[in-house]
Design a protein around this ligand. Sequence first.
Ligand SMILES: [Zn+2]
Length: 365
Amino acid sequence: MTGSGLRQFFLCARSLRRLPSDWDRSAEFSAFCERYEHELAEWLSAFAADLGNASAYCGKPKHVPELEDRVHEVFSRAGMDADFPRIEYRPALCLTHDVDYLRQTAQEVAKSMVARRRLPKLHGRKAYMESLRHLLEAEAACGARAAATIFVAGTTAYLRGWRGPVSWLLDPAYRLDGEEASWLLELFKEYGCEIGLHGSYHSSSDARSIANQLEALRAFHGAPVLSARQHWLRLADGAFGNLRACGIRTDSTLGWNNAAGFRCGMSRPFALALAGGGELAEVPMAVMDGAIFDSMKLDEDSALSLLCAILSEVQRRGGCVALDWHERSAVLGWSRVYEASLKWAASRGFRFLTVSEAATEYAGL
Ligand SMILES: [Zn+2]
């Protein structure tokens, strides 16, 4: 196994058990890795496969964070339960919203026709911002005011000029200096949201593009931006290193476009080992509205059952994952399941954290 692979195992283990911060440089760690070489190699292979494929599960939910369980198994077999006990937390949720549109556009109508095979209803100019307000108000009613994280595109950096058909169709194309954007800014202030970057489809392979989009968002928001989720959950090779090099400390892109559950097999935030050294905190995104309603085509009852099954695993393990409900989800009829899952989580003692708070608490970053 490579040094960076062992480092990744250590970083995941460090978010699960009380380990010395430099344990991976100790003789004890070397002996541990030698003794459990086979188990660690299998663990890393599964972790890397999940990391590299945003569509791997294709509609099949991954209910159990099994790589987390395998970390615990190895420590137990090594007789280290007392030396390095599990870190217990009250479970937590990060309530996140990707802002793809500030109002309906021609591109969104085209995308909806592909996804749902029918012409969508037409909505007024304020409908999507009212939908976002509805979600934030539902969160506040569950005691989660000032806990939401909203990922916004730095569109000012790329809107001028032709960016190719993929970007035209898929990327957020709203202006950050229009009236809708000022409504968005008011919502951030009213509800005390954390703002993260929603990097454009092609940005993750290009550090300069990320830097430009971050600067546009920082100028719009008037404060540093330290967290990110890539649009369409697209992560090119080197994406995490590029995000970190641009000043991002926490990512929350690791989820699926067409499934739900625990990508990378973890139910709580952990640190990603970067190829060039350094770390990036990751808050796994367990359930996204479009994945369960559009791709998996679940009805409301099945969607809520799936959410409760996944959140039960999080609760049992004292974990913390992100949910992602887009700005327009109340308009699309997807907010009732969200509200019901928030009430379910609040009644079971979940805390609500921004992604930066979760990264600091769980991944120590
Ligand atoms: Zn998006």
